[in-house]
Design a protein around this ligand. Structure first.
Ligand SMILES: NC(=O)c1ccc[n+]([C@@H]2O[C@H](COP(=O)([O-])OP(=O)(O)OC[C@H]3O[C@@H](n4cnc5c(N)ncnc54)[C@H](OP(=O)(O)O)[C@@H]3O)[C@@H](O)[C@H]2O)c1
Length: 279
């Protein structure tokens, strides 16, 4: 199987390259500046050269706060870039696998979000990703996977906490009124490869098992690092971030679990991440 991966230097992109190769796939992986998904000609040229059976889109504008002040770039990458991939996928009959986010929801639900729940994004990033989902579904053969609170090889929440610790913080002030499911990019990439192998198409939610807040996530990081730093819970307004975020964005993953079984808990994923990323 010939597989084209975009955004190969991102958290998910790096994991996908490895899991794709482990599956015995012939992987062709690109990132900026070699392949810029905002440029249709660039995408078509890569797709015509590689002639993939499968296109994995791991490229995205993921700076949630910066998207508020750079909406054009967010939509160019997260929406129009995906439309380009869908068009190019159809030109060669490839399956398009696209990744989206829990931030397409507004967080007012009191139970985990199903795939069919109406999206209502609060932020520019969320709106651009929702438009990207719709663009991906224009491909004749597509799989759109929503995930949440991703951590992997790259800059992420775990590293942000670790940086504060390394800089000598005596306490960590972390948002405690947002609830979601942290997800390890390696587990997500493995799940995506399995879904493709099973022939899955349509819309699916995939995340590690278990639910927490950012403050709970930080407490577990501190605990697993063997430290005893206090985590001081703060509110979203106290954090003063430019982009609004859903208060509750837990994804219901039961449709995925019927196909593949549950992913490991986020605590288990975190311990594997820390083992792999602690010098
Ligand atoms: N991170 C999260 O917490 C999270 C949560 C839910 C869903 N997701 C979704 O999961 C997917 C993977 O996220 P991630 O955290 O792995 O993202 P990431 O680490 O930010 O990686 C995204 C990659 O895309 C590249 N890229 C940006 N603009 C591009 C363009 N125009 N053409 C080609 N490549 C471009 C980036 O390159 P540069 O670094 O050079 O810009 C980067 O290598 C995304 O669809 C994201 O929306 C992420």
């Amino acid at each position: 199987m010939r597989v084209l991966i975009t955004g190969r230097r991102g958290q998910l992109g790096r994991a996908l390259v490895d899991w794709g190769k482990r599956a015995g796939w012939h992987v062709f992986a690109y990132d900026l500046p070699g392949l810029d998904i905002t440029r249709l000609g660039n995408v078509q040229e890569a797709v015509r050269t590689v002639q993939p059976d499968l296109i994995f889109n791991a490229a995205a504008f993921t700076a949630v706060d910066r998207a508020e002040s750079e909406p054009e770039q967010a939509f160019a990458v997260n929406a129009r870039g995906v439309a380009h991939l869908a068009q190019a996928a159809d030109e060669v009959g490839a399956l398009l696998v696209h990744v989206s986010t829990d931030y397409v929801f507004d967080g007012t639900s009191h139970r985990p979000y199903h795939e069919e729940d109406p999206p209502h994004p609060l932020s520019v990033y969320g709106r651009s990703k929702l438009e990207g989902e719709r663009a991906a579904t224009q491909a004749r053969r597509h799989l759109v996977v929503r995930t949440s609170w991703l951590f992997g090889r790259g800059w992420n929440f775990v590293e942000a906490i670790r940086k504060q610790i390394n800089q000598g913080a005596t306490e960590l002030r972390v948002v405690a009124d947002q609830t979601g499911k942290p997800t390890y990019a390696e587990d997500l990439a493995e799940a995506l490869v399995r879904l493709v192998t099973l022939g899955a198409q349509g819309l699916l939610h995939v995340a590690n098992a278990g639910v927490t807040t950012w403050a709970g996530f930080a407490e577990e990081i501190v605990r697993q690092l063997g430290l005893s730093l206090p985590v001081v819970p703060i509110t979203t307004p106290q954090a003063g971030r430019p982009a609004p975020r859903p208060a509750y964005s837990v994804l219901d993953t039961s449709r995925f679990e019927k196909l593949c079984g549950p992913l490991p808990t986020w605590q288990d994923a975190l311990s594997r991440y820390l083992r792999a990323h602690t010098p």
